[in-house]
Design a protein around this ligand. Structure first.
Ligand SMILES: [Zn+2]
Length: 379
C-alpha cells in the first residue's frame, strides 16, 4: 500500500511540501524488468522539508512489497568495489568476532570481512539475500524491523540505513537490543547535494530522506550512540563508527562537514537543480536533429529525472556496463538498457550520430569517454 507522511520522521516537527502540486506516475520500484510489456506500479511524488531540524523527506512511500519485490542489488563499478574494500578495513580495525549485517544484499561486505576476520560469526538480515552461503554465516530472511531475538553487539550497514522508512525506530531497536557498536557506510549526502558534484541519488522511492552528515551524527547521539570515528570516501560514502552510551574515547559533536556548503539550503538548491536539469534536457530532446538520445547510467541517477518532468518518451535507451541490466528494461517506463561499451566505447565512425546524457554525479569520473566525432555528450 502507498502511504504518506504527515510529520518529520526525525523530530516529529511540522513539514511543508516543497512542490505545490504532487507529481504523478512515478514508478514504485527502480529496478529492471525482463519484458518491455510489463505493467509497473506507480505513485505520486513530492518532497517535504522540516523547518525544525532542516531535514527533507519524501511525502509518499512506496508499497514495500513492490519496492523490494526483487533484489536488484547488483552494484557495478570500481568506485563501489573500492568502497567495500575500504569499509571492510574500517570495520576490521576493531577485530569484531561476531557481526550482524542489516541488508546484506549480495554478500559483498560479508565476503570482504570474512577474508580478514578468520573466526568471524556473521548474521545477515535481508528479505532477499542473493549472496554466497557459508558455515559461519546465518541468513535471516526478513526485514530487520520485524526480526526479534538476534543477540549481537556489533551491527554493520552499508548503503542500507537511508532506505528505512522510520530510521529513528531502527536506532531505537538497536539500542534496546543491546547493540554496542554500529559501523555505518552511508551515502555522503553533503557531497551529493554540493554544487561541484551533484549526484541525483537522494530522495526517491528508495532513499526517502535527506539528512546532512552532521545531522546524522546528532541523530545517533540523541538516541544513545556516540560517534567514535569517521572516514570519507571520494564524495561517494562516509564510514562512521558509533558506540552505545558514553564511549571510552567518544569524540562527540566534532564532525566537520566535508564541503563547507551551507547545510541550511544546500538540499533545497539541489532539489531545484533537478528541476532545472529536467527542463534543460527537455530542450535537448526537442532539438536532436534526428539523433537518438541515450542516458547513462541505467539507474535512479537517470530515471529520477522523469519524476521531475523529463520526457522519458524521448529517450531511446539507457546505457550501462552491468550485465544485470543490459537487455532488460527500466521498471515502469520500460526503457531498454544497452551496453555502454557497445554503443559508446566501441562506436565506429561510420555509425549514426547520437546524443548521450551523463547523469553519474560522483560516478562520472569512472567513465572514460574521450571524444567521438559522432557522439555529443551532455554533462
Ligand atoms: Zn524535523
Amino acid at each position: 500500500m502507498i502511504s504518506s507522511r504527515g510529520a518529520c520522521i526525525f523530530c516529529d516537527g511540522a513539514v511543508k511540501d516543497i512542490f505545490d502540486k504532487d507529481m504523478q506516475n512515478v514508478p514504485q520500484n527502480c529496478t529492471m524488468v525482463e519484458s518491455a510489456h510489463e505493467q509497473g506500479a506507480f505513485m505520486p511524488f513530492n518532497l517535504q522539508k522540516c523547518n525544525a531540524c532542516d531535514t527533507y523527506q519524501t511525502k509518499y512511500l512506496a508499497d514495500l512489497g513492490i519496492l523490494y519485490s526483487s533484489n536488484h542489488y547488483v552494484p557495478f563499478g570500481a568506485l563501489r568495489q573500492e568502497m567495500i574494500s575500504l569499509f571492510s578495513e574500517f570495520v576490521c580495525q576493531d577485530q569484531p568476532s561476531a557481526i550482524l549485517e542489516i541488508g546484506g544484499g549480495n554478500g559483498e561486505l560479508f565476503t570482504a570481512l570474512a577474508k580478514s576476520l578468520t573466526s568471524l560469526h556473521y548474521t545477515i538480515v535481508d528479505p532477499a539475500y542473493i549472496g554466497p552461503r557459508s558455515d559461519n554465516l546465518t541468513v535471516v530472511d526478513g526485514f530487520y524491523e520485524d526480526v526479534k531475538g538476534i543477540d549481537c553487539g556489533t551491527v554493520v550497514m552499508s548503503h542500507v540505513f537511508e532506505h528505512f522508512y522510520d530510521p529513528v525506530a531502527i536506532i531505537n531497536k538497536m539500542q534496546k537490543e543491546g547493540v554496542q557498536t554500529i559501523y555505518l557506510c552511508h551515502p555522503d549526502y553533503d557531497a551529493y547535494v554540493a554544487k561541484e558534484s551533484i549526484t541525483f541519488n537522494v530522495l526517491h522511492c528508495e532513499h526517502t530522506f535527506y539528512i546532512s552528515n552532521a545531522g546524522l551524527i546528532s541523530l545517533f547521539e540523541k538516541h544513545g550512540f556516540n560517534m567514535i570515528r569517521y572516514q570519507h570516501h571520494r564524495g561517494y560514502s562516509v564510514f562512521f563508527e558509533f558506540s552505545s552510551g558514553i564511549g571510552d574515547n567518544g569524540i562527540t559533536g566534532q564532525y566537520i562537514p566535508r564541503a563547507q556548503v551551507s547545510q541550511d539550503d544546500a538540499c533545497e538548491q539541489y532539489i531545484y537543480t533537478l528541476v532545472s536539469r529536467a527542463e534543460y534536457l527537455n530542450t535537448i530532446l526537442a532539438n536532436t536533429n534526428g539523433r537518438d538520445v541515450y542516458m547513462w547510467p541505467c539507474s535512479i541517477h537517470s530515471t529520477i529525472l522523469f519524476a521531475y518532468g523529463l520526457r522519458h518518451q524521448g529517450i531511446k535507451g539507457m546505457l550501462d556496463n552491468s550485465l544485470f541490466k543490459i537487455g532488460k528494461n527500466t521498471y515502469g517506463h520500460n526503457i531498454p538498457c544497452f551496453s555502454f561499451d557497445k554503443v559508446v566505447t566501441n562506436r565506429s565512425e561510420d555509425e549514426a550520430d547520437i546524443i548521450i546524457v551523463i547523469n553519474g554525479g560522483c560516478f562520472t569520473r569512472e567513465l572514460n569517454i574521450g571524444e567521438k566525432a559522432n557522439i555529443e555528450f551532455i554533462l
